[in-house]
Each structure stands twice: as C-alpha cells, then as structure tokens.
Design a binder for this molecule. Structure first.
Ligand SMILES: [Zn+2]
Ligand SMILES: [Zn+2]
Length: 351
C-alpha cells in the first residue's frame, strides 16, 4: 500500500485527499493543527482547523477562508475521512486523523500529554501510522508536574513583591502566556500583560477559558507596579517597555530552561521549566497509546527518537519539515555543541 501522507516541497501532503497539513508554502487546501506561526502560514486558498482555534487563526492571519470543525466530527474530502482531536498544546490545537480504505494515519502537530486549564486535553487516537513531533525528544527532558512550577513562580513573585520590585515573566505570547496566567495567584498583586499578550487573552476568555484579571501597564498605579507581575514575550526583553519597570527581577519560562546553557544565554534571574510540548516520557506514552506500528518523526530530535523506536520494534523513520521551535522564539534553542552533548548524555533507555 502506498503512503497516505508524504512530504512535498510545500509541506506534508495527504495523497488521496489532495490536501496539505500545516504547509509551509501556499497551497489550495490546508488542514492546520494550531495557530503558531510555523504551522499556520499566510496564503492558503482554504483552511480547515478545529473550531476552538478558528478565532486565534483569524486574529493572527486576518481575513482567511476558514472552516472550523468540532473535535471528533468527521468530514470527507476526496474519499478521505478527516477528523480533528485535541492535542493539548494550545487553545484549538488538533491532531489530524485521516482514514482511507480502512487505513488510519494521524498527524500530531505539536502536543503535550499533561492536561492544563487553557485547552482541551490530549486525546490518544488509535492509528496504523502516527506522525509525531519530537521537540523535546531526548530522555533528559522530563517535566515536573505543572502545579509545582506554578508554586515556584508564585513564590518567586511573592518574594519580589515583598522586596518592592516587579516580576517580569517572559514566555511565548500565544499559549504559554495564557497557561502561565492560569497558574498565577492574583492575591499577590496586579497582573500586567504586554500588548502582544493581551489580545490573545481576550480570545481565550471569549472561548470560555477562565483567566485571572489582567491589566495594561497604563492602568496600574506606580505604587502597585512594584508588587505586580508582568507577562511579556521574549522579544520584549531589554526593550524600553521593560525598562520602565525599573528595579525588577526577570524570569523565562520554557522547556529549554532545563539546560544550564540556555539559562545562561538568556541572562535572566530565573528559569522556569514549563513547556507546551510533551517531554520524553510523554512522547513515549503518546506513541504507545496510538497502537501504531509505524511512526514518522518530525521536527526536533529525529535521529534519537527514530533509533529508540526502531530498537523497540516499531517501523520508524523521519520527515524533514520546515517547522520551527515555538518554545525558542529568538535566542533560545540549544547551541549545536550543547545539543550534541545532551544527545550523547542521553543514554537511550530500553522500554
Ligand atoms: Zn506549536
Ligand atoms: Zn511545532
């Protein structure tokens, strides 16, 4: 049987369905897993996405021709039954299930398995072939439960507030910022959001996600700013907008904060390890839960994951894609030497 999904120069292509999944070049028909900019690009003729993500896509891409599909509902296109299932990554993120002549493929997009308060939890979908991301596909990546990370963030904020200085918390503005927000304790002080973050908070709230009250900096009295926490994108670091907070403590939230080198390069006071991607055990449990005999690995640690999966009796290979790293934004991805050391240190365990 020939492969249902292949890589073309435009992106992942469903051959019988004649559509693309998260294509990186303009195409006629695109199924979009989520609204991060490396997965959802401008210029496609028609977009299909999970209904909870439609307003995010519109807020980022403007007036596009888009059809929203409720999770778990099927549409048929050129004989391929398509349905979208929660990926637990960000609001509206979806895995794409494709069924054709009794064979099932699932393309994961980005995913994480730990449920959080800001999006529908990851749903394992049985399939013959699973296309998985591998952003944190090394055994060294193991996340603490998010409740512990939230407790650390709140303790850091409370200590800064006691000492009369603002806390600047940097993280990706779509998804990461809202997830951090959902874990903050508003009794400590005011929560101020950067102008890149607040419009997304609005879309989340309109979708029914409960988030604590947030304010723009101009609406907060000077005295209160010294007890406030400020959520801003990494690109705001060192900007005049940040400098207005005077004597502040800063922190960065990302899965990469597990690496000492990444923390050092970022040059912040604190690193919180909080990722919207599955860690190594999460990737492994997700793959196992699909029951797939064949696994295709995309963006991240392709060789390590492929080798490990093959050692464990699966038919594994990689796809070269043009997806980036939404956890990294500007300067964060590990330097090649550091990544190589991490890979070497990663004594790949057996199941
Ligand atoms: Zn993403
Ligand atoms: Zn991705």
């Amino acid at each position: 049987m020939s492969d249902m999904v292949i890589v073309r120069k435009e992106g992942l292509y469903c051959v019988p369905g004649e559509f693309y999944i998260d294509p990186w070049r303009p195409v006629a028909r695109a199924v979009i897993t989520h609204a991060h900019s490396d997965h959802a690009r401008y210029g496609h003729g028609h977009y299909l996405a999970a209904a909870p993500g439609v307003n995010i896509l519109k807020s980022r891409l403007g007036d596009i021709n888009i059809q929203g599909l409720e999770y778990g509902t099927q549409v048929v296109h050129n004989g391929v039954h398509i349905s979208l299932h929660p990926a637990g990554h960000v609001l509206g993120s979806a895995q794409v299930r494709m069924e054709h002549r009794g064979e099932v493929w699932v393309a994961s997009g980005d995913y994480k398995v730990e449920a959080d308060a800001t999006c529908a939890p990851f749903e394992p979908v049985r399939c013959d072939t699973f296309i998985t991301e591998s952003t944190f596909g090394l055994p060294i990546y193991r996340w603490q439960p998010q409740a512990e990370v939230y407790a650390d963030i709140n303790a850091w904020w409370a200590r800064n507030a006691e000492q009369g200085r603002a806390s600047i918390l940097l993280g990706y503005s779509f998804g990461k910022a809202q997830r951090m927000l959902s874990g903050l304790d508003p009794s400590i002080g005011a929560i101020i959001c950067h102008g890149a973050v607040e419009p997304l908070n609005r879309v989340y709230r309109e979708a029914g996600v409960a988030l604590p009250d947030t304010r723009m900096v101009t609406d907060v009295a000077k005295a209160d700013i010294r007890r406030a926490i400020v959520l801003a994108p990494p690109s705001a670091a060192g900007s005049p907008w940040i400098k207005r907070f005077g004597d502040y403590s800063d922190a960065f939230a990302s899965g990469w904060m597990l690496l000492r080198g990444a923390r050092r390069r970022r040059g912040v006071d604190r690193g919180f390890v909080l990722s919207d991607h599955a860690d190594w055990p999460g990737l492994m449990s997700a793959i196992k839960a699909t029951g797939a005999q064949r696994v295709i690995v995309t963006h991240g640690s392709i060789p390590v994951m492929v080798r490990w999966l093959c050692q464990n009796g699966l038919d594994a290979s990689g796809f070269d894609t043009e997806y980036g790293d939404d956890e990294a934004e500007d300067t964060l991805p590990p330097e090649p030497t550091e990544a190589a050391e991490a890979a070497k240190a990663a004594e790949v365990p057996h199941a």
